[in-house]
Design a protein around this ligand. Structure first.
Ligand SMILES: Cc1cc2nc3c(=O)[nH]c(=O)nc-3n(C[C@H](O)[C@H](O)[C@H](O)COP(=O)(O)OP(=O)(O)OC[C@H]3O[C@@H](n4cnc5c(N)ncnc54)[C@H](O)[C@@H]3O)c2cc1C
Length: 387
């Protein structure tokens, strides 16, 4: 069994602190006042996305030559955490755009495709979607049915995707589909699609429990004509590419979980210092103090696991297990943090006047999206037992 032998510096450097403070300030000023309005309307805030693009946060890990910020996963995690602290929906959208669709093109596409698609995505002018999940294939993504058949200069794609983040607002989408039915996962390929391509149809937008300002939509491919040059890499490489993309994506969901838990803690600490019962502030009751202490300890532990995975990723070290651990631990402690925060607020935690009600709804996605908790445990155990 392998152990992780590393000591790493968890201090953010000067540039990373500037980035953190910039996002924090932006989120407090431009996002916090609109959180509930966007949630109620289920409105994707394209104006905020464009502003985040101007700050360089829509192409965080994309090289500068393609219009990105050329930063690493520590910076990416820092940005996602700070956004998650204020609005997990917007944080989810920024995480998915950067970490999934855009990064898939960045990591695996041809030079021509990178030049064609990355500048608009990295600047936030356009938003990226990424479609792996289908109605019949979620955790078992390899059993997808969408099928792309090569005919001359085109692939003819038929099928559909469910739960696609940015399925409605995304103008560019990376889509996984079977190209050789006889080869199982090795017969899956990835393609870049654009809205407006013949047969590329936007389906039903989901009405969700939480993360309501993030757009989640079905996609339909009805004899969709995809130019052959839009194949990413070679035929049969799509599933492996997708698994590598999810590895990085999990670090961002871990960071989002840390941010959400920190946001719930901040709100609970403030409220416990204000609300009085039995002539005392809630913060004077040891039962409440213990809840706050447990949340704070878990948030710190989750942040350390997330940073460890991010540092390893930036160093180019294998981090499958570490990314899965960070995502699993952070999302599960975030769920507990959001629940305990609502408990500390009592009845006021159950109404929409305070932020913990929304954290409690948003948090459930984090143990499900980009691989459920059960799948993360399988990934970790598989890594432990592989020798
Ligand atoms: C808001 C939202 C946004 C999303 N965005 C995207 C996106 O942008 N792109 C995309 O491709 N997908 C996206 N997804 C899909 C998401 O990744 C899947 O929902 C997730 O992977 C789980 O798949 P499923 O929903 O089909 O659940 P299922 O796979 O049907 O799982 C149901 C339950 O069974 C458990 N289970 C399944 N297999 C096993 C097993 N082998 N052992 C033990 N337990 C198991 C699961 O853990 C879960 O508890 C999104 C989902 C949501 C809700």
């Amino acid at each position: 069994m392998q152990t992780t032998e590393m000591i790493f510096n968890t201090d953010l450097n000067e540039e990373q602190i500037i980035i953190r403070n910039t996002v924090r300030e932006f989120a407090e000023k431009n996002i916090r006042p609109r959180v509930m309005e966007l949630d109620e309307a289920q409105e994707f805030p394209m104006d905020i996305i464009h502003q985040l693009g101007e700050l360089g946060f829509m192409g965080v890990v994309i090289k500068e030559e393609y219009g990105g910020a050329g930063l690493g996963y520590v910076e990416f995690a820092t940005i996602i955490e700070e956004l998650g602290r204020v609005d997990p929906s917007i944080s989810l959208s920024v995480a998915a755009h950067n970490g999934l669709g855009t990064n898939h093109i960045n990591m695996f596409a041809s030079e021509e495709l990178k030049k064609k698609y990355l500048p608009d995505l990295a600047s936030g002018k356009k938003v990226a979607a990424w479609g792996l999940t289908e109605s019949i294939s979620g955790s078992d993504a390899g059993s997808m049915l969408s099928y792309a058949e090569k005919k001359g200069d085109y692939y003819i794609l038929n099928g559909g995707k469910t739960f696609t983040t940015h399925g409605t607002v995304g103008e560019t989408a990376v889509i996984m589909a079977v190209t050789d039915k006889s080869k199982g996962r090795k017969g899956i390929s990835a393609f870049v699609l654009e809205k407006g391509m013949e047969g590329f149809i936007t389906g039903k937008k989901e009405n969700k429990l939480g993360m309501r300002a993030s757009d989640t939509t079905q996609l339909i491919f009805d004899n969709c004509k995809v130019p052959a040059e839009n194949l990413i890499g070679k035929e049969g490489e799509g599933f492996i590419q997708a698994m590598k993309i999810l590895e990085g994506g999990r670090i961002s969901i871990a960071a989002l979980s840390v941010g959400l838990a920190q946001g719930a803690l901040d709100a609970a600490v403030k409220y416990a210092g204000e609300r009085k019962q039995f002539g005392k502030h809630l913060s004077e009751f040891q039962a409440i103090q213990f809840k706050l202490a447990d949340i704070a300890m878990n948030v710190d532990a989750a942040r350390l696991l997330t940073l460890r995975a991010a540092v390893m990723k930036d160093k180019g070290q294998p981090n499958t297990k570490e990314a899965a651990m960070a995502k699993l631990f952070a999302s599960e402690i975030a769920e507990k943090a959001a629940s305990e925060a609502v408990q500390i607020f009592g009845g006021y935690g159950f109404v929409k006047d305070y932020p913990v009600e929304k954290f409690y709804r948003d948090v459930k996605l984090l143990t499900i999206g980009e691989g459920t908790s059960e799948i993360q445990r399988i990934v970790i155990a598989r890594d432990l037992l592989k020798d």
